[in-house]
Each structure stands twice: as structure tokens, then as C-alpha cells.
Design a protein. Structure first.
Length: 123
């Protein structure tokens, strides 16, 4: 079940889902958002994932394949995961970037991953 299936109100256009949920449900700790900047030349798709429980790689939270300019809006509390990994592909499915264990990811935060510097930062 997707969290959007039980929302009583639809999110406003352009609002990240965690911001919408925390506005209407103060008890909601929120998820996080992640986007890429400075992608490698020729990049068209990216994927991010992490283990939802520390040191337990099952189940995996996965963004699915996103367009290079799309934002991943993870709706749940990531519980400070440190196993976040990012994979970037070109049009021929060649791996242009594959990084992992990017550091702590916390609820209610927005993150940018700088592909050229391979640094994850909170914005």
C-alpha cells in the first residue's frame, strides 16, 4: 500500500510529500527528499536505495528508476540510515556512477547529491 492511497487530501502541486504530511499531521516525522546535481555527461537515469534497518539489507527502500532531473520523495522515516547508495546510467545502460554508504539520512530533511564531488549534503 502506498501512503498516498490513504491520504484524505491530495498533496498540492509541487509540494514534497514529507512537507505535506508534516503540515497536516504534526506527529508525522516525515521522510526525506533527494535530488542529484552535476550528473555525469550522458546521464539519463538514476536510482537510490538503502537498507531500511541498520545492518539488515532486507527489505530495501528503493527509488525505482528516475529521470536525471527527478526528485526522490521517500515518505517514511529513514531512521538515520547510512547505507544510502546511488547508481547513475546513460542511455545504453552503462553505469556512469555507483556510490554507496553516503552517510546518515534523517527524517524531514532535503538532500542533494553532488555527482562530480560524490558528496551528499543537506539543504
Amino acid at each position: 500500500m502506498n501512503i498516498q492511497d490513504w491520504l484524505p487530501l491530495p498533496p498540492w502541486e509541487g509540494w514534497p510529500l514529507p512537507a505535506f504530511l508534516s503540515l497536516y499531521w504534526p506527529w508525522y516525522k516525515g521522510g526525506f527528499t533527494l535530488k542529484l546535481v552535476n550528473p555525469p555527461a550522458g546521464a539519463i537515469l538514476w536510482n537510490a536505495n538503502f537498507a531500511e534497518k541498520s545492518f539488515d539489507y532486507d527489505p530495501i527502500a528503493d527509488s525505482g528508476w528516475l529521470g536525471i532531473n527527478e526528485v526522490w520523495e521517500y515518505p517514511s522515516d529513514p531512521l538515520g540510515c547510512t547505507s544510502l547508495g546511488i547508481l547513475v546510467l546513460d542511455a545504453e545502460s552503462n553505469v556512469l556512477l555507483d556510490v554507496g554508504n553516503l552517510g546518515s539520512v534523517n527524517s524531514g530533511k532535503d538532500y542533494i547529491f553532488d555527482c562530480s564531488a560524490e558528496i551528499l549534503r543537506e539543504v
